[in-house]
Design a protein around this ligand. Structure first.
Ligand code: GDP
Ligand code: GDP
Length: 454
């Protein structure tokens, strides 16, 4: 029963890895009360969390994101390993063993003040079988005297004991260096990595003002650039500089040439939109603010949302909107755009140039949300508090529990909830809503899926 919880953990780890190449996993194992959680808190750089001074205290075991010297890794805090334990404690021991099997590096923690115990020796046999690199940490070496005594731990046969005080941070930096050295090559964190221009799909039904806007942008925000160093741009795309940045408007050949608007059926228009949206990272859906939001407008919006792209809605022809129309429009927006309250909205006029400069900041904000990553620890702390305050309603005497969550990917953000059973649709929507309330994601769709334990 508990082991399926463990395999869910395993799946979560691999999912988060799939996104950006393998992020090495470091498992922290050892008897109860040797200071594993204290060490994990030290590694992830959080201020001392509350740890109960009681053997076998079970806390939620989740993977945490960590980084050191510009390298990312995942650290897994495991429950106390007790070889002959029964019931829940046995399950925790099994969990630790699986964590070892899935890890790239194992930190085996012993209590320097206690020295090696029988249980530690049994753990060593289990670690040997795993053939994983093991770092033997002699924790609670708070001072030089205790540190000197740690030589006796050579007897465990795991090489040189590494003296540490997880509580006070003594030797913690050196330990992190040692952990990195034992890891397989990890992806480096590249800040401000050079990349091509952001790709924008400018879409909307005929006559909303797409060509007018593109022409306005090309004229006002400096001429359309033909080439940008290091990028290859499809000839059907337009490069436009807005707000000091070059943006790639995809598949705009038709707009630039102002081809006969009447040509082509709506079916072809929709195919064309789909292609542009697919090629883009963010969609600007242009609506004609002087007219009612039509079904055709809705279809274009749906195309962007279903493709999982960031979304900015631009209400064009704002110069035609008077006070009366404004009131109607507000009501329409409430009614017609209820399903996408998170879309970023700007009110512009391609004709007069009104607020066209708001477009670039809106696009940036939407793209930031689209690529946002919530650290696993932060996500789970928030979720634990939320589900404690508002648990899943009880159905037939039982309520499914969310064990933990992980962000499986970005662009758009995708979350997976690992649960003990299926969630009510209403409760899942509640989690989604709260997720947005807490973390934002303005301008981006997000996906939340549930993996019930089998
Ligand atoms: P775990 O059960 O292995 O996760 O152990 P905890 O992290 O919960 O720690 C158990 C107890 O040992 C707590 O009271 C910690 O404050 C204490 N502890 C952890 N690290 C150190 C250390 O380096 N020195 C000392 N003196 N106590 C420590
Ligand atoms: P497209 O089919 O979406 O590319 O739309 P066009 O750019 O061809 O514009 C359709 C019509 O709307 C043209 O007559 C434009 O002059 C007009 N138009 C576009 N933008 C605006 C605007 O902001 N205000 C007003 N009043 N008219 C606009």
């Amino acid at each position: 029963d508990f082991s399926s919880e463990v395999s869910a953990l395993e799946t979560a780890l691999h999912q988060s890895m799939a996104e950006e190449g393998p992020v090495p996993v470091v498992a922290v194992v050892g008897r109860p009360n040797v200071g594993k959680s204290t060490l994990v808190n030290r590694i992830i750089g959080r201020r001392q969390a509350v740890v109960e001074d009681k053997p076998g205290v079970t806390r939620d075991r989740v993977p945490y994101d960590a980084q050191w010297s510009g390298r990312r890794f995942t650290v897994v805090d495991t429950g106390g390993w007790e070889p002959d334990a029964r019931d829940r404690a046995a399950a925790i021991a099994a969990q630790a063993e699986i964590a070892v099997q899935t890890a790239d590096v194992v930190i085996f923690v012993v209590d320097a003040m206690v020295g090696a115990t029988d249980v530690d020796e049994k753990a060593v046999r289990m670690l040997r079988r795993s053939h994983k690199p093991v770092i033997l940490v002699a924790n609670k070496a708070d001072n030089q005297n205790i540190e000197n005594d740690t030589v006796s731990l050579w007897s465990l046969g795991l090489g040189e004991p590494f003296p540490l005080s997880a509580l006070h941070g003594r030797n913690a930096g050196d330990l992190l260096d040692k952990i990195l050295a034992a890891m397989p090559p990890a992806p480096a964190i590249i800040e401000n990595a050079p990349r091509g221009p952001r790709r924008v799909a400018l879409v909307g039904r005929p006559n909303v003002g797409k060509s007018s806007l593109l022409n306005r942008l090309a004229r006002e925000e400096r001429a359309v650039v033909d080439s940008v160093a290091g990028t290859t741009v499809d000839p059907v795309d337009s490069l436009v500089e807005m707000d000091g940045e070059v943006w790639q408007f995809v598949d705009t050949a038709g707009l630039r040439k102002r081809v006969n608007q009447a040509s082509g059926t709506e079916y072809y228009a929709s195919l064309r939109t789909a292609g542009a949206v697919e090629a883009a990272e963010v969609g600007v859906v242009l609506l004609d603010a002087s007219e009612v939001i039509s079904e055709q407008d809705q279809r274009v919006l749906t195309q962007v949302v279903e493709a999982g792209r960031a979304l900015v809605i631009a209400f064009n022809k704002w110069d035609l909107v008077d006070a009366d129309r404004r009131i109607f429009l507000d009501k329409e927006i409430d009614r017609e755009l209820k399903r996408i309250p998170w879309a970023i909205k700007v009110n512009i006029s391609a004709k007069t140039g009104r607020a066209v400069d708001k477009l670039a900041p809106a696009l940036r904000k939407a793209l930031d949300s689209w690529e946002k990553r919530i650290p696993t620890g932060t996500l789970n702390q928030w979720l634990t508090a939320l589900t404690q305050a508002t648990p899943h309603p009880v159905r037939g005497g039982r309520a499914p529990r969310i064990m933990f969550a992980t962000q499986a990917g970005v662009a758009p953000p995708r979350f997976v909830l690992f649960t003990t059973g299926p969630l009510d649709a209403g409760y899942q929507r509640f989690i989604e809503r709260k997720l947005r309330e807490e973390f934002g994601f303005e301008g981006s769709p997000i996906e939340v899926s549930v993996k019930p334990r089998k």
